[in-house]
Design a protein around this ligand. Structure first.
Ligand code: UDP
Length: 427
């Protein structure tokens, strides 16, 4: 199949860890490469956010990234991108003049708008299906962030519109399906394909960073308040109050480089928080770390804490599990599916520093149990979350959507196509 991915703000070529560069970038890059390995041809459309970017870049064998000029050719926060989305749709439609896809997969709600717009512009509605993965939902964000949610107001009605008008929605976890149903998306058009992890990069064996004898815990990801890193800091304080200060806490991520991690405002806020709790000596800011360097850090830690307020999917827990590290996870969103309580990690209620403290202490005091959680995590990621498996599931969704909207299409799923051919219908 010729597949067009649309990822307006999240380029597969971007450096990770900043406010707007994380899981979506990884997802689009890894899914595209895995689909290409299955023999498909993938073009990823993203907004040009640097004037020096080439128009077209080969990101991996069979994967081309096309930079579309839409708005200023520099960084624009994703919450300010909406006015430039029509231009993105027009740029994509222009490219389709010579490069018409069989199927379109849009990532994040504004990419869905651009994709549906582009399909309309080339007159391909009902011919080229649009699949949508939201990655995050405005309804959930608003519920948790209230007035701090800086999404454009139009998201409230445009996002459900995308959900209802796309030919199919690919959720990344079961929790998201409930949210999509509440948004009015037809259940028959919803499928699930999770995010994956590169188990050849994230693996238990391999070099590990030098460390001291203190129990080592890490939080990894974009540094935004909703990731709840301050909850883990408060947990550290509670453990210290119980007489244990033999724990160090690494914070990996943020816009600051390793030599100046404090240049990130959220990193500074977290460090102030650590000072206020009196645990600043136990907290180490590491700044943004290239993904290729993360396994070395993960192999050196005893546990990873993911304590977000909410989490659409969360690739970091998969990366930790793939390295054989137990995960303490708030039981929200995708973490409910990926981390199995008592098997690959420990679930804690969201926003509950006391529960995080207890979970850390359980792992400190029971190293054998911690090791067995780590082993089970590795097994779980290998059996369920390889990108090859995710890509195969996703390609199946593309084919079944094609067979629904265009039964005679050569890439419609073989079983259904044969049926159509047998009785001569659908032509
Ligand atoms: N990441 C990274 N370097 C950093 C911080 C994060 O490579 O310094 C990567 C991390 O390995 C993961 C992604 O960014 O693959 C974050 O994805 P996740 O789904 O956990 O969070 P999201 O960004 O989607 O909220």
């Amino acid at each position: 199949m010729r597949i067009s991915m649309v990822s307006e703000h999240a380029s597969p070529l971007a450096a990770l860890g900043g406010v707007d560069a994380g899981g979506q970038n990884v997802h689009v890059a890894a899914l595209s490469s895995a689909l290409a390995r299955l023999g498909h041809t993938v073009t990823v459309y993203t907004r040009r956010d640097d004037p020096n970017l080439a128009d077209r870049v080969e990101a991996a064998p069979g994967v081309e990234v096309v930079h579309i000029s839409a708005g200023p050719p520099g960084p624009v926060s994703k919450d300010e991108l909406l006015p430039f989305i029509p231009a993105l749709g027009e740029g994509i439609a222009a490219d389709w003049d010579t490069n018409r896809p069989d199927v379109v997969h849009a990532h994040f709600w504004m990419s869905g708008l651009a994709a549906l717009n582009a399909v309309g512009l080339v007159g391909a509605q009902g011919d080229v299906p649009v699949l949508q993965t939201f990655h995050a939902l405005g309804t959930v964000k608003r519920r948790h962030q209230g007035a701090q949610d800086t999404s454009p107001v139009e998201r409230a009605w445009l996002e459900p519109w995308v959900g209802r008008n796309a030919d199919g929605v690919i959720a990344t976890c079961s929790d998201e399906v409930f949210e999509l149903r509440a948004m009015g998306v037809d259940a028959r058009h919803i499928s699930i394909a999770p995010c994956g992890v590169d188990s050849s990069l994230f693996r238990p064996d391999g070099p590990a960073e030098d460390r001291g004898s203190r129990f080592r815990v890490a939080a990894v990801g974009r540094l935004v308040p909703r990731k709840g890193v301050d909850i883990a800091i408060e947990a550290l304080a509670r453990i210290r109050d119980a007489g244990r200060d033999d724990i160090e806490f690494l914070i990996v991520g943020g816009s600051g480089e390793a030599d100046d991690p404090g240049s990130d405002p959220e990193a500074r806020r977290l460090m102030e928080c650590a000072r206020a709790w009196g645990v600043q000596d136990q907290v180490v800011l590491r700044g943004r770390v290239p993904q290729s360097e993360l396994p070395k850090i993960l192999r050196s830690v005893d546990a990873v804490v993911c304590s977000p307020w909410y989490e659409p999917f969360g690739i970091v827990p998969l990366e930790a599990m793939a390295c054989g590290v137990p995960v303490i996870a708030a039981s929200v969103g995708g973490l409910i599916d990926s981390v199995v309580d008592g098997v690959t990690g420990i679930h804690v209620p969201p926003r509950d520093p006391e529960a995080v403290a207890e979970a850390i202490l359980q792992l400190v005091d029971h190293p054998q149990r911690a090791a067995s959680l780590g082993r089970a995590g590795r097994q779980r990621t290998r059996s369920r979350y390889s990108w090859d498996r995710v890509a195969a599931t996703t390609a199946k969704v593309y084919r079944s959507t094609l067979s629904r909207v265009q039964p005679a299409h050569p890439f419609a799923s073989p079983g259904e196509l044969n049926l159509q051919q047998a009785d001569g219908s659908g032509r």
